[in-house]
Write a protein that binds this ligand. Structure first.
Ligand code: SAM
Length: 251
């Protein structure tokens, strides 16, 4: 069956066997794991997942591909579900030893990751292929961003390796990165304040080039004393600085 790759669904399929193997080796999937795959596409990565475990549920938005996948993996226990992953109520998924994997559709990658981070889904870790630029925005080691602070709030985030455009068909314009997200409970005691934290971070990054004193003036009638210089930019502050803003806001 010839596949017409739908650009609107981010259908850049990974075809390079070496990279598929590298991803599966980094995934840590064992036979005892339950796996959710997001966007199995034509099943390239699925083939490798099924060599490790049969406990697989895959969500694919494209109905045509669901037909292809069901045929291709006849005889396996895998469950292919024709649904938009963004519409799934993740809090209703109750699976132990869960690993979530996917070569994510580029147009909704950040929303998929945010939905997972903000949900109560219990997972061991997630292995996602995303655009390199997005991976760097999620990673706060150099500078903070709204997305990196949210990722920090819930997880330990790691960039594993890059994959060049030629490894995909059709080739995207940009390099991709494999990322690993591990749930962390470091800030569990702050979970109740997450909505306020997110609002503060959103306000502070509304104009990331401006000094942090500008948004702070909108948050506080009287400017409190902070341990950091309020003339710096939002990206120069770390998550603890944002927690400091949060605690002064909640006082
Ligand atoms: N896993 C395959 C691979 O590695 O070659 C395909 C990856 S391709 C980048 C992304 C896949 O996600 C496509 O098959 C696309 O149809 C599917 N997709 C796009 N948006 C989706 C959504 N909201 N929910 C579920 N699947 C989606």
């Amino acid at each position: 069956m010839t596949i017409l790759h739908k650009k609107s669904l981010g259908q850049n399929f990974l075809t390079d066997k070496l990279f598929l193997e590298k991803i599966i080796n980094s995934s840590g999937i064992e036979s005892s794991n339950n796996v959710i795959e997001i966007g199995p596409g034509d099943g390239a990565l699925t083939t490798y997942i099924l060599e490790k475990t049969q406990n697989l549920v895959a969500y694919e938005i494209d109905q045509e591909l669901i037909g292809l996948l069901t045929k291709k993996f006849k005889g396996h226990d895998a469950n292919f579900i024709n649904e938009d992953f963004l519409e799934i109520n993740l809090n209703e998924i109750n699976t132990s030893s869960l690993i979530v994997v996917g070569n994510l559709p580029y147009n909704v990658s950040s929303q998929i990751i945010l939905n997972i981070l903000e949900s109560d889904l219990e997972y061991e870790h997630c292995i996602f292929l995303v655009q390199k630029e997005l991976a760097q925005r999620f990673n706060s080691t150099k500078k903070s961003s709204k997305i990196s602070l949210i990722a920090d709030f819930f997880s330990d985030f790691e960039i594993l390796f890059d994959i060049p455009p030629e490894a995909f068909y059709p080739s995207p314009k940009v390099t991709s990165s494999l990322i690993k997200i591990k749930k962390n409970t470091k800030y569990k005691d702050k979970k109740e304040s997450y909505i306020a934290f997110k609002r503060i971070v959103s306000l502070c990054f509304a104009n990331p080039r401006k000094k942090i004193s500008n948004p702070l003036k909108n948050i506080f009638d009287v400017m409190p004393k902070f341990s950091f210089d309020i003339n710096c930019r939002p990206q120069e502050l770390e998550i603890d600085n944002y927690f400091e803003i949060l605690s002064k806001y909640e006082e």
